[in-house]
Design a protein around this ligand. Structure first.
Ligand SMILES: CCCCCCC/C=C/C(=O)SCCNC(=O)CCNC(=O)[C@H](O)C(C)(C)COP(=O)(O)OP(=O)(O)OC[C@H]1O[C@@H](n2cnc3c(N)ncnc32)[C@H](O)[C@@H]1OP(=O)(O)O
Ligand SMILES: NC(=O)C1=CN([C@@H]2O[C@H](COP(=O)(O)OP(=O)(O)OC[C@H]3O[C@@H](n4cnc5c(N)ncnc54)[C@H](OP(=O)(O)O)[C@@H]3O)[C@@H](O)[C@H]2O)C=CC1
Length: 280
């Protein structure tokens, strides 16, 4: 499916949310240049939010901004590598100066490469931990600091992976995301007095650009990763992010919402390909 068709599908899809749900609110979405982050950013914009997207590649952000403009909506695309603490601080300064302090933070930036864990190099392990644990931590801590300083409420949604089951081929990312779950549960308590809610969405296999890094033999088995026998769509994950970010979840904090078509309950998933031992 071409990018234009995908974007139109997100923009025109039915949603149960009312069109002014985020009127007057500002949302910052990391990873907003593609996949789940992009779908979430566009859904939030449809629901009236002022939206800033971030990611490392300005051109990807520009394409989403241009699409929103073609639908009469202003989005802002500010590039940053969110695993660099200094860049996160600078990003927050720019967002506040040019758009306003976010009310909602969606952390969808992240990624990994598939490899049997026994082969991970220290550099590869550190790259994935940094890209998924440090990045999300830097973003959520900065948001909380600014909400504390300005005495404003806020809501954070961290997009992670399922951590309750084995995920052979991506042990580094499961370790990093389990760290985010632990941090989320802990600061949900520490930050409740600040009127900050924080939750996670754990998607199952989702048809996004990010799947390009997986080997063809693994991809061939992906449709059997859940009992619905299909990948989720970025919009299906976005709808869950919006539910947790909005007042629909006003009494929910420190939770993980799994959106995986039942995948964690069933089936096999070999992200670096099925080892010979499990072929018969
Ligand atoms: C039922 C539940 C189902 C759940 C399914 C879960 C499936 C999850 C799917 C997704 O999350 S898809 C969407 C995510 N998007 C991506 O994953 C994007 C692709 N990945 C990357 O962009 C990169 O791999 C990275 C993780 C961001 C790392 O980038 P970075 O620039 O920091 O590192 P590099 O300089 O490229 O490499 C550093 C180091 O890492 C090792 N390494 C990197 N790539 C590989 C590889 N393909 N194979 C093995 N090792 C790799 C390597 O040691 C690198 O160092 P050098 O050797 O290059 O010196
Ligand atoms: N698709 C799936 O099956 C699943 C995805 N997930 C998770 O959901 C999240 C979104 O993935 P998805 O949308 O599918 O994949 P994408 O690869 O399309 O999205 C990831 C986005 O994050 C951005 N990004 C990555 N690293 C950084 C960084 N250091 N700083 C800023 N931006 C960064 C990328 O942009 P750029 O490269 O330009 O920086 C990219 O736009 C990820 O955390 C992913 O691991 C979890 C389970 C399943």
């Amino acid at each position: 499916m071409s990018d234009a068709v995908l974007l139109d599908a997100i923009w025109n899809a039915d949603t149960v949310y009312r069109p002014d749900l985020f009127a007057g609110k500002t949302a910052l979405v990391s990873g907003g240049g593609s996949g789940i982050g992009r779908a979430t950013a566009l859904l939030l914009a449809r629901l009236g939010a002022r939206v800033v997207i971030t990611g490392r590649t300005q051109e990807k952000l520009d394409r989403v901004v241009a699409y929103a403009a073609s639908r009469g909506v202003t989005l802002h695309g500010f590039a940053a590598n969110v695993r660099e603490h200094e860049q996160v601080l600078a990003l927050y300064e720019r967002v506040e100066a040019e758009v306003g302090l976010p009310d909602v933070l969606i952390n969808s930036a992240g990624g990994q490469f598939p490899q049997p864990a026994i082969e991970f190099s220290p550099k590869g392990w550190n790259a994935v931990v940094s890209n998924n644990l440090n990045s999300t931590w830097f973003m959520m801590q900065r948001a909380a600091q600014r909400w504390r300083d300005t005495q404003r409420p806020g809501s954070i949604v961290n997009v992670i992976v399922v951590t309750e089951r084995g995920m052979p081929g991506v042990a580094h990312t499961v370790a990093a995301r389990a760290g985010i779950v632990g941090a989320t549960r802990t600061v949900a308590v520490e930050w409740a007095p600040l009127n900050i809610r924080i939750n996670c969405v754990a998607p199952g296999l989702t048809a996004s650009e990010g799947l390009a890094v997986y080997p063809p033999e693994a991809v061939a088995e992906f449709p059997r990763a859940n009992p619905m026998k299909r990948p989720g769509t970025p919009l299906e994950i976005a709808q869950a992010c919006v539910f947790l970010a909005a007042p629909s979840a006003s009494f929910i904090t420190g939770e993980v919402l799994t959106v995986d078509g039942g995948g964690k309950l069933w089936g096999e998933l070999w992200l670096a390909g099925r080892p010979d031992y499990y072929r018969d």
